[in-house]
Write a protein that binds this ligand. Structure first.
Ligand SMILES: [Zn+2]
Length: 115
């Protein structure tokens, strides 16, 4: 993780807390999530989860750390975790991963606005 200023460190802790809140509320506490600030090519954050190890990596964009949308993004990423198991199951069953990606993104966005 890049070295953070005190202000960035404080923001990081705040965002981490927000993510953990939603992880708990969405009952996906079973995943061990490693959260870090990173330079991302695009997007505010990115989460990658492994269904077998139940380990997830959440990367938060350093450039967008203070963006007003970032708190909502933490909820968004927790929702991806929420759907991860379903997504894994679907991937084993269907031929087109693209269709599943689009559907999951649609559901996540609906819930993000709703909750
Ligand atoms: Zn998304």
């Amino acid at each position: 993780m890049p070295k953070l200023t005190k202000k960035e460190e404080k923001r990081f802790k705040e965002l981490k807390k927000e993510f953990l809140k939603w992880q708990h509320l969405l009952q996906v506490d079973g995943y061990r999530v490693y959260i870090r600030v990173k330079k991302l090519k695009d997007g505010f954050a990115d989460i990658e989860s492994n269904e077998y190890t139940r380990v997830a990596n959440l990367d938060i964009s350093k450039e967008d750390l203070f963006d007003a949308e970032m708190k909502s993004t933490m909820k968004h990423e927790a929702l991806h975790l929420f759907f991860h198991h379903l997504e894994a199951l679907a991937r084993w069953r269907y031929a087109s991963p693209d269709q599943i990606d689009i559907e999951v993104e649609r559901l996540v966005t609906i819930l993000e606005k709703l909750l």
